[in-house]
Design a protein around this ligand. Structure first.
Ligand code: NAD
Ligand code: 89V
Length: 342
Protein backbone atom coordinates (compact mmCIF):
# COMPACT_ATOMS: atom_id res chain seq x y z
CA UNK A 1 0.00 0.00 0.00
CA UNK A 2 1.46 3.38 -0.93
CA UNK A 3 2.44 5.75 1.85
CA UNK A 4 0.03 8.58 2.67
CA UNK A 5 1.76 11.96 2.91
CA UNK A 6 -0.01 14.44 5.16
CA UNK A 7 0.52 18.10 5.96
CA UNK A 8 -0.38 19.88 9.20
CA UNK A 9 -1.62 23.45 9.61
CA UNK A 10 -1.40 24.91 13.12
CA UNK A 11 1.47 23.94 15.43
CA UNK A 12 -0.14 24.99 18.71
CA UNK A 13 -1.05 23.47 22.07
CA UNK A 14 -3.02 20.46 20.84
CA UNK A 15 -1.34 19.67 17.50
CA UNK A 16 1.55 17.95 19.24
CA UNK A 17 -0.85 15.08 20.09
CA UNK A 18 -1.89 14.85 16.45
CA UNK A 19 1.75 14.72 15.36
CA UNK A 20 2.53 11.92 17.84
CA UNK A 21 -0.51 9.98 16.64
CA UNK A 22 0.52 10.33 12.98
CA UNK A 23 4.01 9.11 13.87
CA UNK A 24 2.43 5.95 15.35
CA UNK A 25 0.47 5.03 12.22
CA UNK A 26 2.46 2.91 9.79
CA UNK A 27 2.17 3.94 6.16
CA UNK A 28 1.57 7.60 7.06
CA UNK A 29 4.05 10.44 7.28
CA UNK A 30 3.78 14.18 7.79
CA UNK A 31 5.64 15.76 4.90
CA UNK A 32 5.27 19.43 5.87
CA UNK A 33 3.95 21.70 8.60
CA UNK A 34 2.65 25.25 8.65
CA UNK A 35 2.16 27.96 11.27
CA UNK A 36 2.19 31.70 10.94
CA UNK A 37 3.96 31.88 14.31
CA UNK A 38 7.67 31.22 13.55
CA UNK A 39 8.53 30.11 17.09
CA UNK A 40 5.78 27.47 17.17
CA UNK A 41 6.69 26.31 13.67
CA UNK A 42 10.34 25.88 14.64
CA UNK A 43 9.50 24.08 17.87
CA UNK A 44 7.21 21.56 16.17
CA UNK A 45 9.57 21.06 13.23
CA UNK A 46 12.55 20.39 15.50
CA UNK A 47 10.56 18.11 17.80
CA UNK A 48 9.29 15.86 15.02
CA UNK A 49 12.16 16.29 12.53
CA UNK A 50 10.05 17.93 9.82
CA UNK A 51 12.16 19.93 7.38
CA UNK A 52 9.49 21.43 5.13
CA UNK A 53 8.12 24.36 7.15
CA UNK A 54 5.79 27.09 5.90
CA UNK A 55 4.27 30.30 7.24
CA UNK A 56 1.55 30.25 4.56
CA UNK A 57 -0.89 27.37 4.10
CA UNK A 58 -1.59 27.95 0.42
CA UNK A 59 2.12 27.95 -0.47
CA UNK A 60 2.58 24.70 1.46
CA UNK A 61 -0.38 22.91 -0.11
CA UNK A 62 0.53 24.01 -3.67
CA UNK A 63 4.18 23.00 -3.29
CA UNK A 64 3.82 19.80 -1.27
CA UNK A 65 0.52 18.47 -2.76
CA UNK A 66 -0.10 16.18 0.26
CA UNK A 67 -2.56 13.25 0.22
CA UNK A 68 -4.44 14.94 3.08
CA UNK A 69 -4.23 18.04 5.27
CA UNK A 70 -4.79 18.12 9.03
CA UNK A 71 -6.10 21.51 10.19
CA UNK A 72 -5.29 22.04 13.88
CA UNK A 73 -5.99 25.77 14.13
CA UNK A 74 -8.82 27.41 16.10
CA UNK A 75 -12.30 27.83 14.59
CA UNK A 76 -12.13 31.33 12.99
CA UNK A 77 -9.52 30.11 10.45
CA UNK A 78 -11.29 26.86 9.51
CA UNK A 79 -13.49 28.04 6.64
CA UNK A 80 -10.77 29.65 4.49
CA UNK A 81 -8.41 26.74 5.11
CA UNK A 82 -11.00 24.02 4.36
CA UNK A 83 -12.15 25.88 1.23
CA UNK A 84 -8.51 26.18 0.15
CA UNK A 85 -8.01 22.41 0.57
CA UNK A 86 -11.24 21.73 -1.35
CA UNK A 87 -10.16 24.02 -4.20
CA UNK A 88 -6.91 22.03 -4.47
CA UNK A 89 -8.78 18.68 -4.16
CA UNK A 90 -6.91 17.72 -0.98
CA UNK A 91 -8.81 15.53 1.55
CA UNK A 92 -9.13 17.42 4.82
CA UNK A 93 -9.45 16.88 8.55
CA UNK A 94 -10.58 19.89 10.57
CA UNK A 95 -10.40 20.30 14.35
CA UNK A 96 -13.51 20.95 16.40
CA UNK A 97 -15.34 23.30 16.86
CA UNK A 98 -15.88 22.96 13.12
CA UNK A 99 -16.96 26.60 12.70
CA UNK A 100 -18.07 29.69 14.60
CA UNK A 101 -21.39 29.69 12.66
CA UNK A 102 -23.69 27.21 10.88
CA UNK A 103 -23.29 29.29 7.71
CA UNK A 104 -19.52 28.67 7.70
CA UNK A 105 -19.96 24.99 8.52
CA UNK A 106 -22.51 24.42 5.73
CA UNK A 107 -20.26 26.28 3.27
CA UNK A 108 -17.31 24.00 4.10
CA UNK A 109 -19.41 20.86 3.68
CA UNK A 110 -20.73 22.16 0.36
CA UNK A 111 -17.25 23.11 -0.91
CA UNK A 112 -15.88 19.64 -0.14
CA UNK A 113 -18.97 17.92 -1.59
CA UNK A 114 -18.70 19.89 -4.84
CA UNK A 115 -14.97 19.14 -5.09
CA UNK A 116 -15.51 15.45 -4.25
CA UNK A 117 -13.08 15.81 -1.36
CA UNK A 118 -13.39 13.77 1.90
CA UNK A 119 -13.87 15.93 5.00
CA UNK A 120 -13.70 14.73 8.61
CA UNK A 121 -14.12 16.83 11.73
CA UNK A 122 -11.63 15.84 14.45
CA UNK A 123 -14.43 15.15 16.96
CA UNK A 124 -12.51 12.64 19.03
CA UNK A 125 -14.32 12.22 22.38
CA UNK A 126 -16.65 9.51 21.03
CA UNK A 127 -13.46 7.55 20.22
CA UNK A 128 -12.34 7.42 23.86
CA UNK A 129 -12.13 3.73 24.74
CA UNK A 130 -14.42 4.06 27.84
CA UNK A 131 -17.10 5.67 25.63
CA UNK A 132 -16.66 2.92 23.02
CA UNK A 133 -17.11 0.37 25.86
CA UNK A 134 -20.42 2.01 26.82
CA UNK A 135 -21.56 1.84 23.22
CA UNK A 136 -20.67 -1.87 23.00
CA UNK A 137 -22.62 -2.59 26.21
CA UNK A 138 -25.62 -0.70 24.81
CA UNK A 139 -25.40 -2.55 21.49
CA UNK A 140 -25.73 -5.95 23.19
CA UNK A 141 -29.35 -4.98 23.96
CA UNK A 142 -29.05 -6.51 27.47
CA UNK A 143 -30.43 -3.42 29.25
CA UNK A 144 -33.51 -3.43 26.99
CA UNK A 145 -34.89 -0.23 25.50
CA UNK A 146 -33.20 2.94 26.80
CA UNK A 147 -35.53 5.53 28.36
CA UNK A 148 -33.02 7.91 29.99
CA UNK A 149 -29.44 9.00 29.37
CA UNK A 150 -26.94 11.36 30.94
CA UNK A 151 -23.54 12.54 29.74
CA UNK A 152 -21.74 14.47 32.44
CA UNK A 153 -18.42 16.35 32.63
CA UNK A 154 -17.72 18.26 35.86
CA UNK A 155 -14.31 19.62 36.75
CA UNK A 156 -12.32 22.59 38.03
CA UNK A 157 -9.21 21.78 35.97
CA UNK A 158 -7.29 24.89 34.88
CA UNK A 159 -7.82 24.59 31.11
CA UNK A 160 -7.02 28.28 30.66
CA UNK A 161 -3.31 27.74 31.39
CA UNK A 162 -2.73 25.71 28.22
CA UNK A 163 -5.46 27.34 26.14
CA UNK A 164 -5.69 31.03 27.21
CA UNK A 165 -8.17 31.81 24.39
CA UNK A 166 -10.79 29.74 26.26
CA UNK A 167 -11.05 32.53 28.85
CA UNK A 168 -11.40 35.26 26.24
CA UNK A 169 -14.40 34.35 24.06
CA UNK A 170 -18.00 35.29 24.79
CA UNK A 171 -18.79 31.59 24.34
CA UNK A 172 -16.90 28.97 26.29
CA UNK A 173 -17.99 25.65 27.71
CA UNK A 174 -20.71 24.55 25.27
CA UNK A 175 -18.62 25.50 22.24
CA UNK A 176 -15.36 24.00 23.53
CA UNK A 177 -16.19 21.05 25.79
CA UNK A 178 -19.97 20.64 25.64
CA UNK A 179 -19.62 20.07 21.90
CA UNK A 180 -17.80 16.81 22.73
CA UNK A 181 -20.49 15.81 25.27
CA UNK A 182 -23.28 16.61 22.79
CA UNK A 183 -21.53 14.48 20.17
CA UNK A 184 -21.24 11.61 22.67
CA UNK A 185 -24.99 11.94 23.36
CA UNK A 186 -25.67 11.69 19.59
CA UNK A 187 -23.28 8.72 19.34
CA UNK A 188 -25.01 6.83 22.17
CA UNK A 189 -28.64 7.92 21.94
CA UNK A 190 -29.09 9.05 18.32
CA UNK A 191 -30.05 12.33 16.74
CA UNK A 192 -31.86 15.09 18.56
CA UNK A 193 -35.19 16.76 17.79
CA UNK A 194 -35.11 19.59 20.35
CA UNK A 195 -32.88 21.01 23.06
CA UNK A 196 -33.40 23.14 26.17
CA UNK A 197 -30.34 24.73 27.76
CA UNK A 198 -29.39 26.87 30.75
CA UNK A 199 -25.95 28.40 31.23
CA UNK A 200 -24.03 30.25 33.91
CA UNK A 201 -20.67 31.92 34.38
CA UNK A 202 -19.24 31.15 37.83
CA UNK A 203 -15.57 32.06 37.30
CA UNK A 204 -15.42 35.90 37.22
CA UNK A 205 -12.06 35.84 35.41
CA UNK A 206 -13.46 34.49 32.14
CA UNK A 207 -15.86 36.02 29.60
CA UNK A 208 -18.00 33.06 28.57
CA UNK A 209 -20.19 30.54 30.38
CA UNK A 210 -18.42 27.80 32.36
CA UNK A 211 -21.53 25.83 33.36
CA UNK A 212 -24.23 24.40 31.10
CA UNK A 213 -27.16 22.06 31.68
CA UNK A 214 -28.98 20.75 28.62
CA UNK A 215 -32.05 18.57 28.06
CA UNK A 216 -32.08 16.73 24.73
CA UNK A 217 -35.21 15.21 23.18
CA UNK A 218 -33.98 12.39 20.97
CA UNK A 219 -35.67 11.19 17.80
CA UNK A 220 -35.67 7.71 19.41
CA UNK A 221 -38.40 8.96 21.78
CA UNK A 222 -36.58 9.56 25.07
CA UNK A 223 -34.62 12.37 26.71
CA UNK A 224 -31.07 12.73 27.93
CA UNK A 225 -29.31 15.27 30.11
CA UNK A 226 -25.94 16.67 29.06
CA UNK A 227 -24.28 18.68 31.81
CA UNK A 228 -20.85 20.23 31.89
CA UNK A 229 -18.94 22.48 34.24
CA UNK A 230 -15.45 23.86 34.70
CA UNK A 231 -16.49 25.41 38.02
CA UNK A 232 -16.98 22.21 40.00
CA UNK A 233 -14.47 21.59 42.78
CA UNK A 234 -14.62 17.96 43.86
CA UNK A 235 -12.78 15.95 46.48
CA UNK A 236 -10.80 14.33 43.65
CA UNK A 237 -10.29 16.18 40.35
CA UNK A 238 -11.15 13.80 37.52
CA UNK A 239 -10.42 15.86 34.39
CA UNK A 240 -11.02 14.84 31.61
CA UNK A 241 -13.41 12.00 32.49
CA UNK A 242 -16.90 11.91 31.00
CA UNK A 243 -19.44 10.01 33.11
CA UNK A 244 -22.41 8.28 31.50
CA UNK A 245 -25.71 6.97 32.83
CA UNK A 246 -28.20 4.96 30.77
CA UNK A 247 -31.43 3.46 32.13
CA UNK A 248 -33.21 0.84 30.05
CA UNK A 249 -36.34 -1.28 30.36
CA UNK A 250 -34.29 -4.32 31.53
CA UNK A 251 -31.33 -2.73 33.30
CA UNK A 252 -28.82 0.08 33.35
CA UNK A 253 -25.31 1.12 32.36
CA UNK A 254 -23.04 3.40 34.38
CA UNK A 255 -19.65 4.72 33.32
CA UNK A 256 -18.48 5.91 36.72
CA UNK A 257 -15.43 7.66 38.13
CA UNK A 258 -12.02 6.24 37.30
CA UNK A 259 -13.38 4.49 34.23
CA UNK A 260 -15.50 1.92 36.06
CA UNK A 261 -18.20 0.43 33.87
CA UNK A 262 -21.18 -1.28 35.54
CA UNK A 263 -23.83 -3.08 33.54
CA UNK A 264 -26.93 -4.21 35.44
CA UNK A 265 -29.28 -6.74 33.85
CA UNK A 266 -31.86 -9.17 35.26
CA UNK A 267 -28.90 -11.57 35.72
CA UNK A 268 -27.06 -9.16 38.06
CA UNK A 269 -24.36 -6.52 37.79
CA UNK A 270 -21.03 -6.94 36.08
CA UNK A 271 -18.17 -4.51 36.61
CA UNK A 272 -15.35 -3.78 34.20
CA UNK A 273 -12.31 -1.53 34.33
CA UNK A 274 -12.41 0.32 31.01
CA UNK A 275 -9.43 2.62 31.69
CA UNK A 276 -7.78 3.93 28.54
CA UNK A 277 -4.21 2.77 27.88
CA UNK A 278 -1.35 5.18 28.53
CA UNK A 279 0.30 5.49 25.11
CA UNK A 280 4.10 5.85 25.07
CA UNK A 281 3.92 9.58 24.28
CA UNK A 282 0.88 10.34 26.46
CA UNK A 283 0.73 11.81 29.96
CA UNK A 284 -1.88 11.76 32.70
CA UNK A 285 -4.54 13.10 32.99
CA UNK A 286 -4.69 13.79 29.22
CA UNK A 287 -4.09 10.16 28.18
CA UNK A 288 -7.80 9.48 27.68
CA UNK A 289 -8.06 12.30 25.13
CA UNK A 290 -4.67 11.45 23.62
CA UNK A 291 -5.70 7.85 22.95
CA UNK A 292 -8.87 9.08 21.22
CA UNK A 293 -6.72 11.25 18.94
CA UNK A 294 -4.77 8.16 17.88
CA UNK A 295 -8.01 6.22 17.28
CA UNK A 296 -9.77 8.90 15.24
CA UNK A 297 -6.68 9.43 13.07
CA UNK A 298 -6.49 5.66 12.38
CA UNK A 299 -10.17 5.78 11.48
CA UNK A 300 -9.44 8.62 9.02
CA UNK A 301 -6.65 6.64 7.35
CA UNK A 302 -8.89 3.54 7.08
CA UNK A 303 -11.75 5.60 5.62
CA UNK A 304 -9.47 7.43 3.19
CA UNK A 305 -7.94 4.19 1.93
CA UNK A 306 -11.33 2.45 1.67
CA UNK A 307 -13.10 5.46 0.13
CA UNK A 308 -15.76 5.38 2.87
CA UNK A 309 -17.27 8.28 4.83
CA UNK A 310 -15.66 8.83 8.24
CA UNK A 311 -18.03 8.68 11.23
CA UNK A 312 -17.63 12.33 12.07
CA UNK A 313 -17.70 13.61 8.50
CA UNK A 314 -18.42 17.29 7.91
CA UNK A 315 -22.04 16.42 7.10
CA UNK A 316 -22.39 14.43 10.32
CA UNK A 317 -20.80 17.16 12.39
CA UNK A 318 -23.36 19.72 11.18
CA UNK A 319 -25.78 17.92 13.51
CA UNK A 320 -23.47 18.25 16.52
CA UNK A 321 -22.75 21.89 15.72
CA UNK A 322 -26.49 22.55 15.35
CA UNK A 323 -26.91 21.37 18.94
CA UNK A 324 -24.30 23.88 20.08
CA UNK A 325 -26.04 26.72 18.23
CA UNK A 326 -29.48 25.64 19.44
CA UNK A 327 -28.20 25.35 23.03
CA UNK A 328 -26.93 28.94 22.99
CA UNK A 329 -30.19 30.14 21.41
CA UNK A 330 -32.20 28.26 24.02
CA UNK A 331 -30.14 29.66 26.90
CA UNK A 332 -30.52 33.21 25.52
CA UNK A 333 -34.26 32.99 24.87
CA UNK A 334 -35.32 30.68 27.69
CA UNK A 335 -37.27 28.47 25.27
CA UNK A 336 -36.86 24.99 23.82
CA UNK A 337 -35.26 25.06 20.36
CA UNK A 338 -36.10 22.64 17.58
CA UNK A 339 -32.82 21.64 15.93
CA UNK A 340 -34.30 22.55 12.53
CA UNK A 341 -34.46 26.21 13.70
CA UNK A 342 -30.68 26.78 13.49
P1 NAD B 1 -3.46 27.18 19.64
O1 NAD B 1 -3.89 28.60 19.57
O2 NAD B 1 -2.52 26.75 20.72
O3 NAD B 1 -2.79 26.75 18.25
C1 NAD B 1 -3.30 27.13 17.00
C2 NAD B 1 -2.12 27.44 16.11
O4 NAD B 1 -2.63 27.68 14.79
C3 NAD B 1 -1.34 28.68 16.50
O5 NAD B 1 0.03 28.35 16.65
C4 NAD B 1 -1.57 29.69 15.37
O6 NAD B 1 -0.46 30.50 15.11
C5 NAD B 1 -1.88 28.74 14.21
N1 NAD B 1 -2.70 29.33 13.15
C6 NAD B 1 -3.92 29.91 13.26
N2 NAD B 1 -4.38 30.27 12.06
C7 NAD B 1 -3.44 29.92 11.14
C8 NAD B 1 -3.35 30.01 9.74
N3 NAD B 1 -4.33 30.55 9.01
N4 NAD B 1 -2.25 29.55 9.12
C9 NAD B 1 -1.23 29.00 9.85
N5 NAD B 1 -1.27 28.87 11.20
C10 NAD B 1 -2.36 29.32 11.84
O7 NAD B 1 -4.80 26.32 19.69
P2 NAD B 1 -5.00 24.84 20.29
O8 NAD B 1 -5.28 24.95 21.74
O9 NAD B 1 -3.94 23.95 19.81
O10 NAD B 1 -6.40 24.47 19.60
C11 NAD B 1 -6.49 24.26 18.23
C12 NAD B 1 -7.83 23.62 17.95
O11 NAD B 1 -7.84 22.34 18.57
C13 NAD B 1 -9.02 24.39 18.53
O12 NAD B 1 -10.07 24.40 17.61
C14 NAD B 1 -9.39 23.61 19.79
O13 NAD B 1 -10.76 23.66 20.12
C15 NAD B 1 -9.01 22.22 19.36
N6 NAD B 1 -8.74 21.31 20.47
C16 NAD B 1 -9.24 20.09 20.38
C17 NAD B 1 -9.06 19.17 21.37
C18 NAD B 1 -9.65 17.81 21.20
O14 NAD B 1 -9.61 16.98 22.08
N7 NAD B 1 -10.24 17.54 20.03
C19 NAD B 1 -8.32 19.52 22.52
C20 NAD B 1 -7.77 20.80 22.58
C21 NAD B 1 -7.97 21.70 21.54
O1 89V C 1 -11.06 18.91 24.14
C1 89V C 1 -10.96 20.12 24.10
O2 89V C 1 -11.45 20.70 23.16
C2 89V C 1 -10.18 20.90 25.13
C3 89V C 1 -10.55 20.65 26.57
C4 89V C 1 -10.67 19.20 26.93
C5 89V C 1 -9.53 21.31 27.44
O3 89V C 1 -11.79 21.26 26.82
O4 89V C 1 -10.27 22.26 24.83
Amino acid sequence: MSELRGALIGCGFFAVNQMHAWADISGVSIAAICDRDPARLAEMGDRFGIEKRYADAETMLREVRPDFVDIATTAPSHRPLVELAASLKIPVICQKPFAPTMTDARAMVEACDKAGVPLMVHENFRWQSPIQAVRRALDTGEIGTPFFGRVSFRSAFDVYAGQPYLAEGTRFIIEDLGIHSLDIARFLFGDVRAITARTKRVNPKIRGEDVATMLLDHEAGFSSVVDCSYATRLETERFPQTLVEIDGSQGSIRLGEDYRLSVTTPAGTRHEDVSPPLLAWASRPWHNIQESVALIQRHWVDALRAGTEPQTSGADNLKTLALVEAAYASAASGRTLDTSEV
